[in-house]
Design a protein around this ligand. Structure first.
Ligand code: PEP
Length: 259
């Protein structure tokens, strides 16, 4: 038993334009309404492309939908000569609640390292956006059995110089790289091993109270068929869902996993 509200976050990646976004969010809201979903019991959010945010905001606000929304990245800067970057100021003005930071695809294709992930995490927190910090090992590290030390080094990097007051607002997503987009979901025991280690590290870095407050998600090929077992694990507080979040009926089933 714990006081952490489960969070199911859909990561659309570079999919769905602003018109498709409206249809997808409408269908998701209808599916959750049909299921009489209690948003206070399980929070549902969608991390959408920047160009979708305004459309999603208008829909969520005008129809008073229970879901929230967020972005997939942000700048480490606040304003100025940073062509193509998106400021957390802009995001918070659009009602963004969450932002993914350091997703493995950004670490891999955009060279994001722990120092940049730390700077982006701080920038989100400074503008009242909850960072969803993504960590997790590649296949060769898992094969060597080093998933825990590898992932904890990323946790240390992300939380560097962040106060306890801010740390409780961070969400950590454990996403083993070999499980992302591969159809190969981690076993619940594998997810729990690393989620528990992350929480123990937060207790060392801060306190047991902070560790007990931070939500740790699992991500990597989650589907409606695998979510329930993952959520049974003591330290898994939700999921970051890529591919399966593009299908609103399937994503609604994942959000409403308790039934
Ligand atoms: C992700 O992009 O964070 C992810 C977990 O993707 P998928 O669910 O498709 O593996």
């Amino acid at each position: 038993t714990n006081a952490r509200t489960p969070l199911i976050a859909g990561n659309w990646k570079m999919n769905l334009d602003h018109n498709e976004a409206i249809h997808t969010v409408q269908k998701l809201a209808w599916a959750l309404k049909d299921a009489q979903h209690d948003y206070n019991a399980v929070e549902a959010t969608v991390l959408v492309p920047f160009t979708d945010i305004r459309s999603v905001q208008t829909l969520v606000d005008s129809d008073k939908l229970g879901i929230t929304y967020g972005a997939q990245d942000l700048s480490a800067q606040v304003s100025g000569a940073y062509t193509g970057e998106i400021s957390p100021v802009f995001l918070s003005r659009l009602g963004v609640k969450y932002v993914a930071v350091g997703h493995s695809e950004r670490r891999q294709y955009h060279g994001e390292d722990d120092a940049l992930v730390n700077a982006k995490t701080k920038n989100a927190l400074a503008h009242d956006i909850a960072p969803i910090v993504c960590v997790g090992e590649p296949l060769e590290v898992r094969k060597a059995g080093d998933q825990v030390p590898f992932t904890l080094a990323q946790v240390d990097g992300a939380f560097a110089d962040i106060s306890a007051e801010d740390a409780v607002k961070v969400v950590v997503a454990y996403e083993p790289v070999w499980a992302i987009g591969t159809g190969e979901v981690a076993t619940p025991a594998d997810a729990q091993e690393v989620a528990q280690a992350i929480r123990a590290r937060l207790a060392e870095l801060y306190s047991q109270d902070v560790a007990d407050a931070v939500r740790v998600l699992y991500g990597g090929s989650v589907k409606s068929s695998s979510i329930k077992e993952l959520m049974n694990e003591a330290d898994v507080d939700g999921a970051l869902v890529g591919g399966a979040s593009l299908d609103p009926e399937e994503f609604a089933k994942i959000v409403h996993y308790q039934d």
